[in-house]
Design a binder for this molecule. Structure first.
Ligand code: NAP
Ligand code: MG
Length: 452
């Protein structure tokens, strides 16, 4: 171990817990433990592996409130949101508990015999996760990885490691040691060691585009499999024929949810000129009503940012003289508070339009017609999510097909469901998590030819 890590509560700036901090030696030990546990886990009959995962679900359900409170305090998110996220983490493991018995292959007609395909596990999989949805995102990876017969080493973000550590203890009790290994330490040491480790077959990463780029480059040395879920700058497109009241009433939650620290945040709001005033007027009412406050208060809708660094980054997008149309409220310190903020009018080349802010700042940009909306929406290096609001069914599908993003919602702002694939186009990453497709990312296809 390389000393201790003080985990901070962002709403109070107080130390929540001090935990041991791992270095490269602990990563090596975790990989060795995962490697030792792999043959046994992989050899379990599919129904028995499914049964073990169902027992893990039961253990998580029993700890639902405890995990929710821990996530709420450590990540600074409203307790109501934390309960929903832990619920999703549980639902994800439950969904993939059905997978071991459904990993089907093909039989393919060939000359001189018969060919079969098998979905083989990869071995030890390294999971590197961010601080915004800590346990939920870890479970998006854990579920398909374990179901397919892999063992894992999870490196959570140092800012929010507590639910991962608790989850690791539950997994040890229920599954046995070595199958889920949690290592808490700095990304540049522990994350990088996992990426470079010759005994790690695959890295599943969620985080920034910048770190994703360096992981892809480092993984090339060992031809490691990599899936990347990276940043976003998602569009929310409101046409004049939409239910503008509904679009405006739900727009705050499309960007200010989790205090804007959401890779799917629809932080570029494009509104057709003729309905701009009506949209802005309803949006203002909604933004001013957002209850920003202590995460454990049941009434709270938005908490603080994760850290002092994040607060200074987000603040840099709203300098003196920025075109602030209106803002919501925020408590005074201590805590890393920032009020929900709407910028309008904003030029398409403004930093607040081009860069991922990862905080509660939205830019509203008017547009003239459908072609311009599509062009503006696609004018970004990212392609994760987006929403399209219109009552014209043909337009809804036309625009959904034209926007370069992995996840689009029509007349809704939701992006993520346990049962549907989730992932990015362009520099938002590659590979898909959740749904049936995620299993492809944690298995290799093997072809066997049997001469007859
Ligand atoms: P980050 O800085 O990229 O860190 C993500 C994880 O990578 C952390 O565990 C970090 O460790 C680790 N890491 C840092 N440097 C590394 C390196 N050189 N090698 C290996 N691992 C390394 O991202 P973040 O600040 O936690 O999260 C914010 C970003 O995540 C945003 O850009 C957001 O869009 C993105 N995100 C994407 C999705 C999605 O599904 N597409 C979901 C959530 C978040 P430490 O921090 O502990 O040092
Ligand atoms: Mg970071």
């Amino acid at each position: 171990m390389t000393g201790t890590l003080a985990v901070i509560e962002p709403a109070t700036e107080a130390v929540l817990e001090e935990i041991p901090r791992a270095g490269a030696a602990e990563v090596d030990a975790a990989v060795a433990a995962a490697r030792a546990a792999y043959p046994g886990w992989r050899a379990l009959a599919p129904g028995d592996r499914a049964e073990k995962l169902r027992a893990l679900v039961a253990a998580m359900e029993a700890a639902h409130e405890e995990l929710s409170v821990l996530e709420s305090r450590n990540a600074g998110k409203p307790i109501s949101s934390a309960r929903g996220e832990i619920g999703m983490a549980i639902a994800t493991i439950r969904y993939y508990a059905g997978a071991p018995e459904r990993l089907l292959g093909d039989t393919i007609p060939v000359a001189g015999g018969q060919a079969f395909t098998f979905r083989e596990p990869m071995g030890v999989v390294g999971l590197i996760t961010p601080w915004n949805f800590p346990l939920a995102i870890a479970c998006w990876k854990m579920g398909p990885a374990l179901a397919a017969g892999n063992t894992v080493v999870l490196k959570p973000a140092e800012l929010t490691p507590l639910t991962a550590v608790r989850f690791g203890a539950l997994a040890d009790e229920v599954l046995g040691g070595g199958i889920v290994n949690v290592v808490v330490g700095p990304g540049r040491v522990c994350g990088q060691r996992l990426v470079e480790h010759a005994d790690v077959a695959k890295i599943a990463f969620t985080g920034s585009t910048e770190v994703g780029r360096s992981i892809a480059a480092a993984a090339a040395q060992t031809i490691k499999r990599v899936t990347l879920e990276l940043g976003g700058k998602s569009p929310n497109i409101v046409f004049e024929d939409a239910d503008v009241e509904l679009a405006a009433a739900s727009a705050p939650w499309a960007v200010f949810d989790n205090a804007g620290q959401d890779c799917c945040a629809r932080s570029r709001i494009f509104v057709q000129e003729r309905v701009l005033d009506a949209f802005m007027s309803r949006l203002e009412t909604e933004v001013k009503a957002i209850r920003v406050g202590q995460p454990l208060d049941e009434q709270t809708e938005m908490g603080p940012l994760i850290s002092a660094d994040q607060l200074s980054t987000v603040s840099s997008f709203v300098p003196d003289g920025a075109p602030v149309a209106f803002r919501g409220s925020a408590p005074d310190g201590p805590g890393y508070w920032f009020p929900p903020t709407v910028l309008c009018p904003v030029a398409p080349d403004d930093r607040a339009v081009r860069e991922e802010i990862f905080g509660p700042v939205a830019a509203v940009i008017p547009f003239k017609d459908e072609d311009e909306a599509i062009r503006l929406a696609n004018d970004t290096i990212y392609g994760l999510s987006g929403s399209i609001w219109t009552r014209d069914g043909g337009r809804a599908l036309r625009v959904a097909r034209a926007v370069e993003a992995g996840n689009l919602s029509l007349n809704s702002n939701s992006s993520v469901r346990v049962t549907t694939p989730f992932g990015g186009f362009k520099q938002s990453g590659y590979g898909r998590e959740l749904g049936p497709h995620a299993l492809d990312a944690y298995t290799e296809v093997k072809t066997v030819f049997y001469a007859t």
